[in-house]
Unconditional design. Structure first.
Length: 441
């Protein structure tokens, strides 16, 4: 909020001076002076295309084509300043409103906000007091995405401090209000049918965020959402004084994975009702590194779903030496514990149950999406149960299950001793052999 106020004050001071100049003087002649003084105020090069004075509907000054920064970190299509005329001959001069149209704010400009927010030194009486600031058709351009276009309205008090601010996306999907509370700002945001500008393109049916923000960070004590048939509730904190730090926890209930998983992991397919209690944290130099640096831990449970790309029962019963791939595994319940760190995933205490199939094990997914681990499958058929240890390999998009060396050796022995029925018995022998020599992972 302060950086916006400082920019507006810097422009308003110079434009108010221009407003007091007799009308027979060309205002374009003042552009070099305004550019010079605005550049000194913001410590960034400022350029202006044109400067005009208008009388209707009320006296005002219009500035076109403002750019701030060597690479135009901030661009403004048009700025309209409406002063209180009687105040121009006194101090402070009062600006009734400043309207900023087609503001474009880049990531570089956002990174400079802490610098612009620092006090200039000893406090002095303000030369200009602004009553309101309007943003129309504004856009924030991040490194790989953008937020907007949106409109905003900021009301300021007699001391030039914000009284309230309202931000609304032009599609009406997001509304956020910000109100000062001593040295903090109360944040209250609500969205419907909205996709965040950062991270996977997850669509929220409903999203409510409430918390307290400062110039250095934010504490969101209430985050609640409805999405993909389920709910999410939790809290999070963020700090951005030096880089970006986030941490928090959520309670996820009955979220359907069929549409969600491809958004988080393109090319991966899975269905079922997902519940978890993740705790997460990350510390990065900029927002673009957030997902790769995220550390997350959670127990999880998925009900009545399908794991696409692998058929565990087939892999356990066919005992194909080169491994089985393709197919799908239907399950009534899939549970376990997940640790995500630096892009890699570690699934432990995995348990799958569905009719004739039961399985447990551990699976790792590397940052390059490569699979490794062990699954112990129990397949029931014709009144008997066969336990088969399977190695996990391949990639997330092309998983591969193949029998362990002990399983293959036992199956071969069983087939020799009891042709036609000894393979399953031999697989059990192989599992026992691996346990005896402590080779089971």
């Amino acid at each position: 909020m302060k950086w916006l106020k400082r920019i507006s004050i810097a422009l308003a001071v110079l434009l108010a001076i221009a407003a007091a100049v007799p009308l027979f003087v060309s205002l374009d002649d003042l552009i070099p002076r305004i550019e010079r003084e605005a550049s000194a105020k913001l410590k960034e090069p400022v350029t202006i295309k044109s400067l005009k004075f208008g009388m209707l509907p009320v006296p005002h000054i219009t500035v076109d084509g403002i750019a701030v920064g060597k690479t135009e970190d901030i661009k403004l299509g048009k700025v309209t300043v409406t002063p209180a005329l009687l105040s121009l001959m006194s101090t402070p001069k009062v600006i009734k409103s400043i309207e900023l149209k087609s503001l474009v704010l880049t990531q570089k400009a956002i990174d400079k906000i802490p610098v612009w927010s620092k006090p200039d030194g000893a406090a002095s009486p303000p030369l200009v007091r602004i009553e309101s600031i309007h943003l129309d058709d504004a856009l924030v351009k991040l490194d790989k995405t953008s937020f907007g276009p949106f409109d905003a309205h900021v009301t300021l008090d007699s001391k030039g401090e914000p009284v309230d601010a309202l931000v609304t996306t032009q599609d009406g999907k997001l509304k956020a209000s910000i109100k000062p509370d001593k040295s903090n700002y109360l944040v209250d945001a609500a969205a419907k049918g909205w996709k965040p500008p950062v991270g996977p393109p997850i669509e929220f049916d409903e999203l409510i965020i409430k918390g307290v923000a400062t110039l250095n960070g934010a504490d969101f004590s209430q985050i609640s959402a409805k999405l993909y048939g389920g709910t999410v509730n939790g809290k999070a904190t963020a700090g951005w004084q030096k880089g970006l730090q986030v941490k928090g926890s959520f309670d996820i209930n009955q979220v359907e994975l069929k549409s969600l998983v491809p958004l988080v992991s393109p090319g991966t397919n899975m269905s079922g009702r997902f519940s978890a209690k993740p705790v997460f944290s990350a510390s990065v130099a900029d927002a673009g590194q957030l997902m790769s640096a995220l550390h997350l831990e959670t127990p999880f449970n998925v009900q009545n779903g399908i794991l696409h790309g692998v058929d565990i029962a087939k892999a356990a019963t066919s005992l194909i030496k080169q491994g089985a791939t393709g197919g799908e595994t239907h399950f009534e319940q899939l549970s376990g514990h997940l640790v995500r760190d630096r892009g890699a995933h570690q699934f432990t205490q995995l348990k799958i149950s569905s009719g004739a199939l039961a399985a447990d094990g551990n699976v790792n997914i590397s940052a390059k999406q490569e699979l490794s681990g062990r699954v112990n499958a129990q397949v029931r058929a014709l009144g008997t149960s066969t336990g088969v240890p399977l190695n996990v390999a391949g990639t997330v998009h092309s998983p591969l299950l193949y029998p362990t060396g002990g399983t293959m050796a036992g199956a071969a022995i069983g087939s020799v001793l009891m042709p036609g029925v000894g393979t399953g018995v031999g697989a059990k022998v192989g599992q026992a052999i691996e346990g005896l020599f402590n080779k089971k992972k």
